[in-house]
Design a protein around this ligand. Structure first.
Ligand SMILES: *[C@@H]1O[C@H](CO)[C@@H](O)[C@H](O)[C@H]1NC(C)=O
Ligand SMILES: *[C@@H]1O[C@H](CO)[C@@H](O)[C@H](O)[C@H]1NC(C)=O
Ligand SMILES: *[C@@H]1O[C@H](CO)[C@@H](O)[C@H](O)[C@H]1NC(C)=O
Ligand SMILES: *[C@@H]1O[C@H](CO)[C@@H](O)[C@H](O)[C@H]1NC(C)=O
Length: 376
């Protein structure tokens, strides 16, 4: 065991003792040279609390009980009973929890471990849920602000080292595909479906390319999950409760077919660009359709909410105190915590596949390989 490994182990124990939240470590140079940071972009699957700090509506925010009850014991803004996928990835990478970008800083340079820019409801397109969430382009601008901060704290060379060693994790697109079915979208109405999907992927690709120019080399992606079969979607048509919401299926399938080609092209075009793509669509579909195989009793009914399949998102009385909601007895029996978001147990399983999955599940690299990869 090398000495840097030993330092990491000691450091990890130290962070566990300090527990959840920010870490105050005085030796910044040591941090910069020994750890790969995690920068997180995306939507509610990854939002660790950014929406708590924006002027949005209560349905786009989850800083309410019983969110957070399993692990944190308090609501944090995460849309789950407990930890999210990036929390488990950070744990595997021996990093502390990655703080939301908008969480007031305690003045220490905790951002050298990474930052989460993800925002519940966010899409790659500016016109998806405008004003309700921080879209992907704005998340990139927030990353540029972090760059300025790091440059002033660490200097240009160390900032570059942090950026080139870091892993950039993305989940984006599903809100773009749902938005046209909840509001009038002129972009959707005046373009072919094919073109619309190209816009979503094109806007995502622009962000990836900018991060690459800023020094990013290691990227992790999830394709778009089968959210047309989440509890909220299964009750959309009251005459066919339990059927997936078909209009979105076509868009998601198109996205998942095109996106891998785009990543392969980026790898050819951008020297040193490495990526992990997890087939989230398959891993989540598997669990929705065969819950018992993965230790769940319910793959289609939410733990928290109301109405059929608890598919109405009233969890935590988010739409008003008088409404009421049901909460399941044993959350570990459930794949979905609320009508659209998974339980901690599900997140842990998916995170393991992203971290250590074989190439047919997460490839060409998995996140473990990306974190371990050292640029020379
Ligand atoms: C879309 O626009 C039409 C016509 O202006 C309107 O009747 C309809 O309610 C709108 N739909 C939504 C979901 O906003
Ligand atoms: C990004 O999306 C907009 C629609 O919001 C579209 O006009 C533009 O062409 C897209 N950009 C790319 C690079 O695909
Ligand atoms: C909850 O369910 C899990 C798995 O089915 C079981 O192991 C556990 O004992 C249950 N806990 C309670 C409090 O019923
Ligand atoms: C992926 O490959 C592993 C071993 O290489 C195998 O055990 C597993 O069943 C495969 N999974 C899928 C989804 O094909």
């Amino acid at each position: 065991m090398g000495s840097s490994r030993l330092v990491s182990i000691i450091f990890f124990v130290y962070t566990v003792i300090l527990s959840i939240g920010s870490i105050n470590c005085k030796n910044k140079n040591n941090l910069v040279t020994n750890q790969a940071a995690l920068f997180v972009f995306g939507d509610s699957l990854f939002d660790a609390g950014n929406n708590n700090y924006i002027d949005t509506v209560s349905s786009f925010r989850s800083n309410i009980w019983p969110y957070g009850r399993t692990t944190f014991k308090v609501p944090t803004g995460r849309l789950s009973d407990g930890r999210l996928i990036p929390d488990f990835i950070a744990e595997n990478a021996w990093l502390p929890l990655i703080p939301p970008n908008l969480q007031p800083s305690n003045g220490n340079n905790q951002f050298t471990y990474g930052v989460s820019f993800a925002s519940a409801g966010a899409g790659a397109l500016v016109e998806s849920f405008p004003g309700m969430a921080i879209n992907l382009g704005t998340q990139l601008n927030n990353f540029k602000d972090v760059e300025k901060r790091l440059r002033s704290e660490l200097g240009d060379a160390d900032t570059k080292t942090v950026f080139s060693r870091a892993v950039y994790l993305f989940h984006i697109g599903v809100n773009d595909y749902f938005y046209p079915f909840s509001a009038n979208s002129s972009t959707f109405q005046s373009n072919s479906k094919e073109k619309f999907v190209d816009f979503v992927i094109g806007n995502t690709t622009s962000v990836i390319k900018t991060l690459y120019k800023m020094g990013g080399r290691k990227f992790g992606f999830l394709n778009v999950g089968p959210y047309e079969c989440a509890p909220s979607s299964l009750i959309r048509d009251r005459t066919k409760i339990g059927s997936c919401f078909k209009p979105v299926t076509e868009l998601i399938d198109m996205h998942n077919k095109k996106f891998p080609d785009v990543l392969r092209r980026l790898q050819r075009e951008l020297s040193g660009f490495r990526y992990a793509l997890h087939d989230y669509h398959s891993s989540l579909s598997e669990r929705i359709n065969n819950p018992s195989k993965y230790g769940f009793k319910e793959g289609k009914k939410a733990c928290c909410g109301s109405g059929p399949l608890r598919g109405i998102n009233t969890c935590g009385n988010r739409r008003g105190p008088s409404q009421g909601y049901e909460l399941c007895e044993n959350v570990t029996d459930y794949l979905f915590f609320d009508s659209s978001h998974l339980t901690e147990k599900a997140h842990r399983q998916i995170a393991e596949l992203i971290w250590g999955g074989s190439p047919n599940v997460t490839g060409p690299y998995n996140l473990k390989a990306l974190f371990e990869f050292r640029l020379t």
